[in-house]
Design a protein around this ligand. Structure first.
Ligand code: FA5
Ligand code: MG
Length: 371
């Protein structure tokens, strides 16, 4: 979401933004996966909290409501008014001033303003995002912040070193108990930290991004923290990504499962390797269309419709063709929707019906010409 300082035209932000939260999302508010004993996300939360608190005392919050103001989620973090992450195609809005938090960083300013120098905020976050095994519109993060008093006279480089060694210790020793765990640091960009980094962990033959972090922008400390010349670091870890690697959970949809074949594998907060119940057959359907010249095609609007109609029966959506007509300049796309239930075999008629409803809805709402 913050990958580049990408700006969008101001006209996309009409002063009146209406609610774009479908029931499939609002139903997830209050499910409390983090607080549910033995749930893999609860176990990861406890590992993080107890490791960091064994080093020094962090104030821990894990039950703040996900509805926050745009001030908390964006302005207090110096996210420009026209930054892409504020677009209604990326963020769930209640109205122009209130959103479902897109990250736990939304709580930085309130804790800093209270003068709290070390804190962890665990919470559910919401984003309109891609559909695949590591992205879900509702996921969990933990925000970690540590501020060093100005009297300590630390340089930004020293704070960055402290941050990196804290996170490497947490990941290698606190969570995975594996000093050899393969990780790498990648330069990143966030409006609220500088320098900024992301950590990736080796997972199933690929690098998987698990967290973003950096040295807090001095302006944020000056605006909110009592000791104006203090210096600090912050990080935001994706808890599902950690839990997937730790418990070998292959698909992010599983965290929401109420199936006893999933939940019964996690008891006593032990770290066990998830045993997939038999994998049910997948079925894919392609959808091709011309986009309209009159309106901008937002991929996330398309993904949201698919999630609303297909729910968790959609495993992934990938673009398989992208074509610009050489004469007319018209743009066409083909996306492949993979359907697979984690719990049962799907009927052909059921998938045909979902595909039909998705086609109807995208052509109507997104003004696409189906091919
Ligand atoms: C952030 O959200 C920043 N707030 C992190 C941060 C905090 C940076 C403090 C600096 C200081 P990012 O968009 O990269 O950054 O998300 C952080 C992590 O959340 C990702 O690495 C990933 O593990 C997880 N995450 C993000 N989007 C999703 C999603 N749709 N599904 C599952 N996990 C996600
Ligand atoms: Mg990122």
């Amino acid at each position: 979401m913050f990958s580049a300082p990408h700006l969008v035209p101001r006209r996309l932000f009409s002063s009146q933004i209406c609610c774009n939260i479908p029931s499939s999302i609002s139903d997830k508010i209050g499910r409390g996966l983090l607080l549910r004993a033995n749930h893999p996300l609860n176990t990861v939360k406890n590992l993080i909290s107890s490791h960091l608190n064994s080093i020094e005392s962090f104030k821990v919050e894990d039950n703040l409501h996900p509805k926050v103001s745009t001030l908390q989620c964006f302005d207090d973090l110096l996210i420009p008014k026209d930054h892409v992450s504020r677009k209604p195609s990326d963020t769930f809005y209640f109205d122009s001033n209130q959103v479902l938090r897109t990250h736990t960083s939304a709580h930085q300013s309130q804790f800093l303003s209270a003068g709290i120098s070390s804190f962890l905020v665990f919470g559910d976050c919401y984003r309109r995002d891609a559909i695949d095994s590591t992205h879900y519109p509702v996921f969990h993060q933990v925000e970690g912040v540590k501020v060093f008093a100005s009297g300590q006279n630390l340089s930004s480089a020293q704070v960055l070193d402290h941050l990196k060694s804290t996170l490497e210790g947490l990941i290698r020793f606190g969570i995975f108990k594996d000093p050899e765990l393969k990780i790498r640091w990648v330069d990143a960009y966030f409006p609220f930290t500088n320098p900024s980094l992301e950590m990736e962990v080796w997972y199933q033959g690929e690098w998987l991004e698990v967290l973003g972090c950096g040295v807090i922008q001095p302006e944020i400390i000056q605006r909110h923290y009592p000791d104006k010349n203090a210096i600090g670091w912050a990080f935001g870890i994706g808890l599902e990504r950690i839990a997937m690697r730790l418990f070998n959970i292959p698909d992010i949809r599983l965290f929401w499962s109420e199936d006893p074949r999933f939940l019964s594998q996690f008891t006593n907060s032990e770290i066990v390797q998830f045993q997939p119940f038999s994998k049910f057959p997948a079925c894919f359907k392609d959808i091709s269309f011309w986009t309209s010249n009159e309106s901008v095609f937002e991929e996330n609007d398309f993904y949201s419709i698919i999630r609303d109609i297909g729910g968790d029966l959609v495993e992934s959506v990938e673009m398989v063709d992208d074509f610009k007509h050489p004469k007319t300049g018209r743009q066409s796309y083909c996306f492949r929707i993979n359907y697979r239930s984690m719990e049962r075999s799907l009927l052909n008629s059921e998938i045909d019906d979902l595909q039909f409803r998705i086609r109807e809805k995208v052509s109507e709402d997104l003004h696409l010409e189906l091919r």
